[in-house]
Design a protein around this ligand. Sequence first.
Ligand SMILES: Cc1ncc(COP(=O)(O)O)c(C=O)c1O
Length: 386
Amino acid sequence: MIYLDYNATAPLREVAHAAMLNWLQQPSGNPSSIHRLGRNARQALDLARRQVAQLFAVHDSQVIFTSGGTEANHLALFTAMLQSQMQGHIVTTAVEHASLLAAAEGLQRRHELSVTRVLPERDGRITVEAVASALRPDTRLVSVMAANNETGVLHPIAAIARLCHERGILCHSDAVQLAGRLPVTLAQLGCDLLSVSAHKMGGCPGVGALLVGKGVAVEPLLAGGGQERGRRSGTENLPGIVAFGAVAHHLNEATITAESQRICLLQTQLEEAIRTNLPDCVVVGTETERLANTTLVVCDGLDGEALVMNLDLAGFAVSGGAACSSGKAGLSHVLSAMGMGESLARSAVRISLGWQTEPSHITALVAAFTKVVERLRPHHHRPMDK
Ligand SMILES: Cc1ncc(COP(=O)(O)O)c(C=O)c1O
């Protein structure tokens, strides 16, 4: 199986695997226990926290480990709005990940606050102007994702954060798809709250972090044992956190830059081949800045789900435009928000590359993709139809 679905999850990196295995093979305690095994566990936790902090150039105390991007997004929205007694206005976008959209909707349903979902341009990009024009005097939080999981389109977070700070508004960004793919620090992005997830970077699923700006107070979503400085209770997922630390340590500015340059060449290879072999297929978001690993292809008249299933049979793991946990293909809210018609949006196939992708994988995928598209084309006549 050739795996080209890194935006869903990335294969575990060797450094993460080794660190996790090493940790699991040792006798271990709870980092909150004061005996030796507890202290060892605390040391491992502190080291992983420092490694994650270093990747984003923040202080250790600015890292709150969570169960992943979903929880980090919920914690960000919850803590930001609790600061204004669950009142006021949130500005987010119509292209966010479901976890962010659901967190915002949950707050809206249960409290007296309102939410504006800014629409992207046709190319998928959220502009600073669109965010600015959605702001109101009672806006308390702006939450815009750094990179879209379906299209890979990058949004101008630093400029949005500046705009927020001029108006005294908190700024959050879901950087789950950006983290580890481009070298960025919290200061460069400029936001107050940043969500990241280990498994998109080659760590384990079920671990992530919310990075908090200096002086930003955090109210816990989960209370209890007071872990994470009282900001997120629950015994820490140490095997996962140790693996996350190892990945963060491996991914410094130089390694991320080298990997993203290598992947960018593969993306060019892929998209040029698609343009040559399948001139009526279109790559989404080419007019704007995108992640180097993400290629979303639409082929009018074809069924994205059928394309994905046929590619699966041919030995390739890719996704439809809107992967959802039920496994059923829904219509992508991202493509709809971009103004794409239903039939085109239904044809979307997302190919996302990563640390294990090789040029030969791209060559093989393009050959299989071309064959499958030819076979599934509505006007295709099989020999026996003649
Ligand atoms: C943009 C974005 N945000 C959040 C998440 C959720 O992260 P996790 O799977 O760690 O909960 C994902 C995962 O698909 C994502 O792509």
